[in-house]
Write a protein that binds this ligand. Structure first.
Ligand code: AMP
Length: 284
């Protein structure tokens, strides 16, 4: 696996790949890699002649007071995991190179950027879209792989690609879960002994809503109630939001639903966790 440690090195490598006519797959990450990330890498390796992963803990998407400083970082472990998978290249850079003095332009999402995650973390998606656009410009991949774990982020990236006519295909990838149902996340490492059980309430809430749907429940308010109640009655968990939305538009749904996506976020101790689940269908 080749290590590309600057923007020019990354761009040059990618230019060469493109000149050779090889399809380039891209997996952007913030590191602290787990099975979720690796599933994206495997998908890219299966579909593209070349795969590059990036690791960059993006300052711009952290809201003041969040965990930027303590976000888990272990570059050598990550590099070894990626190399074992057969990843062709690892791109790393740093805050000074990505946001040099004078940097000022940002990508502002539409109204969806201010809901759910965006409401709890004002400015978060401006940071996400800005860095994703930059990475697309630097890497110029044919395909980029994103997890459904971050469903709202995925929807906003798809929207940006359309809105800006970006020549990249976004590939959504299924959420990878740990054995007890908890969605794999770099932030799971923050969970203290005893908090794990409380953390499972997100998955439990989604599974209950899904089961209710399967049994015929279609009322948005009832489904939201199941999500809310499951999390609110879990000791050690504090609900941030529980929403039932249209999977296409992310608009908060009401009345009887033909299809639905459930979104939940909660705090367990000092850790903020999020998860989501289609209620009407298995995700492809
Ligand atoms: P992050 O490093 O958290 O920014 O995530 C990098 C990419 O991995 C994003 O596209 C995430 O949606 C994806 N990802 C994170 N956790 C999971 C998971 N449990 N299953 C699938 N994809 C994931």
């Amino acid at each position: 696996m080749i290590r590309l440690e600057s923007i020019p090195a990354m761009s040059e490598w990618s230019n060469r790949i493109r000149a050779g006519g090889e399809r380039l797959g891209f997996v952007p990450t913030m590191g602290a890699l787990h099975e979720g990330h690796l599933s994206l890498v495997r998908r890219s390796l299966a579909e593209c002649r070349r795969t590059v992963a990036s690791i960059f803990v993006n300052t711009l998407q952290f809201v003041p007071g969040e965990d930027f400083e303590r976000y888990p970082r272990d570059l050598e472990r990550d590099a070894s995991l990626l190399s074992k998978e057969g990843t062709d290249a690892l791109f790393t850079t740093n805050v000074e190179e990505v946001y040099p003095p004078g940097f000022s332009t940002r990508v502002v999402p539409g109204p969806l950027g201010d809901l759910y995650e965006g409401k709890s973390r004002p400015g978060h998606f401006v940071g996400v879209l800005t860095v994703v656009l930059k990475l697309f410009e630097i890497v110029r991949p044919d395909r980029a792989y994103f997890g459904r774990k971050d469903a709202q982020q995925l929807a906003l990236v798809v929207r940006m690609v359309r809105d800006f006519h970006l020549p990249v295909e976004i590939v959504p990838c299924a959420t990878v879960r740990e054995e007890d149902g908890l969605a794999a996340s770099s932030r799971n490492a923050y969970l203290k002994a005893g908090e794990r059980e409380a953390a499972r309430c997100l998955h439990r809430a989604l599974a209950r809503a899904r089961a209710a749907w399967t049994e015929g429940e279609r009322e948005a308010e009832a489904l939201r109630g199941i999500l809310r109640e499951t999390i609110e009655t879990t000791r050690g968990a504090s609900l941030d939001y529980a929403a039932v939305v249209d999977p296409g538009t992310f608009e908060e749904a009401s009345g009887r639903l033909p299809r639905a996506l459930a979104l939940v976020a909660a705090r367990v101790g000092g850790t903020r966790l999020l998860d989501n689940q289609r209620l009407d269908a298995d995700e492809p």
